[in-house]
Unconditional design. Structure first.
Length: 368
């Protein structure tokens, strides 16, 4: 089979798999989350298995400890976070009033320098763009958490996901071996090499970034609470959770934290301390956490991750968000592989280059 036909066949397989995932998106959430949990915990199961622990027992112990830890954290944090969310919602009108009092003098000074026609055009443009943004966000949130589907997804996560995670974690090595046996023998080593690269990048990102998010969430929540910022625990945990996109979590947390600090404090020292918490967290991430836990091998650009998350959420809701990072890692590796093959092909170098090089080599060999 020619390389062109082989490439077309693999492309059809990938497109077919993508279409099947899209068609089944309504039932994939517990399986996707269960697979993510199994993938995350597989190295621990491998270590226990190396210590002569049966794979099934290792999977049960690891998953049991994992879910007990998650439930314990939720039991401790849920009441506090619920109280902070309720308090924040109650204070939104006061925050809006403070923001209005702060912005009104700036707007009045700005208006004094514009004509009535310019002000009207700005008002129309701002209203139109604001409506578009609100409509887009509303549609996205509606797709993610739509009515009965959201309730069904939560129930499926509680009931089905642990079962899926257990069986995948128990049988992970056998599943990989079975899939490996189905690879076409001529391309098997090439496919294995690409999957090893995907696994290397994905494991580095998911496992390393999960620890980074946990450490940063703890740092931000503790620091903001010590400063005395209202809802500091909520802001800190939220900033930590979205820190898997480098700089994004810090930027959002810093903006929200400074806004709350400006509304709450009447002096600059606590506001500066809030900023220092986020600057310290970003420094910790950039110089200590990411180099040691994630490393340089991941190769997932923050913009690519953000696009993948938004595209996955728009296409498949919360299931798409769960699958976005693995898909981004796989697509990145496949695109790099395709570019390498293209740079080695006659299409890039020119169809006559190889023949001319061979002719020159033959001529040189025939010279006395």
């Amino acid at each position: 089979m020619s390389p062109e036909r082989r490439f077309g066949l693999w492309l059809l397989v990938l497109l077919g798999a993508g279409a099947l995932i899209y068609l089944l998106r309504g039932v994939l959430l517990p399986f996707a989350v269960g697979m993510a949990v199994g993938y995350l915990l597989d190295p621990l199961a491998d270590r226990l298995e190396a210590l002569k622990c049966p794979r099934g027992v290792a999977a049960a112990v690891i998953l049991g400890a994992f879910f007990v830890g998650v439930v314990a954290v939720l039991v401790v944090l849920a009441p506090v976070l619920q109280a902070q969310v309720t308090g924040f919602v109650a204070r939104v009108p006061a925050y809006m009033e403070s923001l209005r009092a702060l912005v009104e003098p700036i707007i009045a000074q700005f208006k004094a320098q514009l004509t009535e026609a310019q002000i009207e055009r700005l008002r129309e443009a701002a209203g139109g763009h604001a409506g578009d943004i609100v409509g887009w966000l509303g549609a996205l949130v509606g797709d993610l958490f739509s009515g009965g589907a959201a309730v069904l997804n939560v129930l499926s996560l509680i009931v089905i996901m642990p079962v899926v995670a257990f069986f995948l974690l128990r049988d992970w090595d056998r599943i990989i071996a079975a899939l490996d046996a189905l690879l076409p023998r001529g391309a098997a080593e090439t496919v294995r090499e690409q999957f090893r690269e995907i696994d290397n990048r994905l494991s580095g990102f998911v496992r390393g970034q999960a620890i980074v998010c946990l450490v940063l969430g703890t740092w931000y929540a503790a620091g903001l609470s010590l400063v005395g910022l209202d809802f500091g625990l909520l802001v800190g945990i939220g900033a930590g959770l979205i820190s898997f996109i480098p700089y994004f979590g810090t930027a959002v947390g810093l903006g929200v934290g400074l806004g709350l600090a400006l509304a709450q404090f009447g002096e600059w020292l606590p506001i500066a301390l809030v900023a220092a918490v986020f600057v310290g967290g970003q420094t910790l991430e950039g110089f200590v956490l990411t180099p040691n836990l994630v490393g340089e091998r991941v190769g997932l650009h923050p913009v690519w991750v953000l696009f993948a998350l938004m595209a996955g959420g728009g296409l498949m809701g919360f299931t798409g968000v769960v699958l976005a990072v693995p898909a981004a890692a796989a697509i990145g590796v496949i695109v790099r592989f395709a570019i390498e093959r293209y740079l080695q092909s006659p299409l890039y170098r020119g169809a006559g280059d190889d023949a001319n090089r061979e002719n020159r080599g033959t001529g040189a060999a025939g010279e006395p």
